[in-house]
Design a protein around this ligand. Structure first.
Ligand code: BES
Ligand code: MN
Ligand code: ZN
Length: 490
């Protein structure tokens, strides 16, 4: 789907759908009046009679005198307006356009009557929403033509030039779509080999990129004992997939490390059956960092980026690792496994040790790491923990900007006590209290003191419910962070 910008205060007539938003209890602005004129005053009448109350999530499709579809999204009361309401309204409006027979849509959402959010941000968010609204999972099912959501082009109409922001939003949307698709694909298709093949496909499409796959025998030679232990019960070989983008000369790279458990059964510490199918999205840390890589390469950002994806399948089997096992990580530290379902941190610790070999200026790891994170923050907010408060603050700010919010949780030394054992250097679970934090504290044990590092727990935000599936979060946060960093650097 193509996204373009148009600079104009008014709608264009043609063979496309027009999308616009109105606030409840507000008068129509210039753009609104022009749209109302196309509709013979119908919009104004609907608002006056209260038949359309313009509440958030409310959507109405009207037709102009020339039968051009006009989709009006409610935005609620103006003084309660925020990026979330806007994002939701725009996504739904685009989705609705995708259900109609038109192949094109003109999104005038940035022209709504408000001044709380800068136009450039509205333009960027509209481009993201356009991709998310048009996304439909079809890979493994039959969809009748009339049920297909299809759009070839979305034009974002703005008052002032927002080209850069539209491009950024477009690229973020492309990255999110790829990430969502990986999360929604079933685990018998999206396995470690699939992610490796995906890396090859991506690097063949973008300039200044390359990839490398470390296969199981190489990982054995290297001594990645923690990662390999998790995958040893699976018929699918474990791998580390590396993607590199070079757009920043000889600057130190940013490293993104993503948990790629393509199915998490829990292993010998087997999970209960209810919703176990959803553990196909336990590779959305990988999905997010791959999505962010695609966005960075789309934009050809002036940075260097290395993405490291440890990818395995966690299965029970005669050869599976067991509670009680002591394994030796790539760092040399020994780990007592007390629960084979705390597997994410085991593949991540080896990947983090490996990622530090690239001497990155910053490492951010992303993982659907703990159920405790879902309990704490639900499906709304991801958690960020870091060995640098400043880095956590930067990630929070970038997330806030693109409405992909994260919240800083503490990583005080005291939490490390919960990981002590008499049988190894560290154990892989810290008990009930502060489950998300002790998981992060485990990872921190594998980070050098002088290495700025942050960990994002996306267990809640990566997936909403079965009808919606994978969300593509935290691609916006990660890429906005990289964009903000590259702009601050000069
Ligand atoms: N992949 C899960 C975490 C998870 C739970 C992600 C729910 C998404 C939704 C992770 O591997 C896991 O099983 N964690 C355990 C850790 C525990 C055994 C210490 C958990 O959270 O229960
Ligand atoms: Mn698990
Ligand atoms: Zn897991």
């Amino acid at each position: 789907m193509k996204i373009t910008q148009r600079i104009s205060p008014q709608p264009e007539t043609g063979d496309h759908a027009i999308l616009f938003g109105v606030f409840s209890g507000d008068t129509l602005n210039d753009t609104g009046r022009q749209i109302d004129a196309l509709l013979n005053g119908q919009l104004q009448r609907l608002l006056e009679t209260g038949d359309f109350r313009a509440e958030p999530s409310q959507l109405i499709t009207l037709y102009s005198q020339t039968n051009q579809p006009v989709i009006i999204a409610g935005l609620g009361e103006k003084d309660r307006f925020n990026k979330g309401i806007y994002q939701d309204a725009t996504t739904k409006a685009v989705r609705q356009a995708g259900c109609l027979s038109v192949r094109k849509a003109e999104c005038l959402m940035p022209l709504i009557n408000q001044d709380a959010i800068p136009e450039k941000r509205l333009a960027q968010l509209a481009a993201i929403a356009a991709h998310n609204g048009a996304y439909q999972y079809t890979a493994t099912r039959t969809v009748r033509d009339e049920d297909k959501i299809d759009l070839d082009q979305v034009t974002i109409t703005v008052r002032q030039d927002c080209e850069n922001c539209v491009r950024q939003g477009d690229a973020i949307g492309i990255g999110m779509t790829q990430a969502r698709e990986l999360g929604n694909l079933p685990p018998n298709i999206c396995n470690p080999a699939y992610l490796a093949a995906k890396a090859e496909e991506i690097t063949s499409q973008y300039a200044n990129t390359r990839h490398r796959v470390l296969n199981q025998d190489e990982l054995e030679e290297m001594g990645m004992g923690a990662l390999l232990a998790v995958g040893q019960g699976s018929a699918n070989d474990s791998k580390i997939v590396v993607l590199e983008y070079n757009g920043g000369g000889d600057a130190k790279p940013y490293a993104l490390v993503g948990k790629g458990v393509t199915f998490d059964s829990g292993g010998i510490s087997l999970k209960p059956g209810l919703n176990m199918d959803e553990m196909k999205y336990d590779m959305m840390g990988a999905g997010s960092v791959i999505g962010a890589f695609i966005t960075a390469a789309e934009l050809q950002l002036p940075i260097n980026l290395v993405v490291v994806v440890p990818t395995v399948e966690n299965m029970p089997d005669g050869r599976a690792y067991r509670p009680g096992d002591v394994i030796t990580s790539y760092s040399g530290k020994t780990i007592e496994v007390l629960n084979t379902d705390a597997e994410g941190r085991l593949i991540l610790c080896d990947a983090l040790t490996y990622a530090q070999e690239f001497q990155p200026q910053v490492i951010v790891d992303v993982a659907t790491l703990t159920g405790a994170c879902v309990v704490a923050l639900g499906h709304v907010t991801s958690a960020v923990m870091s060995n640098r408060d400043e880095l956590a603050a930067q990630l929070m700010a970038s997330g806030q900007a693109v409405y992909d919010r994260t919240w800083h949780m503490p990583l005080y030394d005291e939490y490390k006590q919960q990981l002590k054992t008499n049988f190894a250097d560290i154990k892989n679970i810290g008990g009930m209290p502060a489950g998300s934090i002790t998981a992060a504290a485990f990872l921190e044990e594998f980070i050098e003191e002088d290495q700025p590092w942050a960990h994002l727990d996306i267990a809640g935000v990566a997936w909403r419910k079965k009808e919606e599936g994978a969300t593509g979060r935290v691609v916006p946060l990660l890429t906005q962070f990289l964009i903000d960093q590259s702009e601050n650097a000069g």
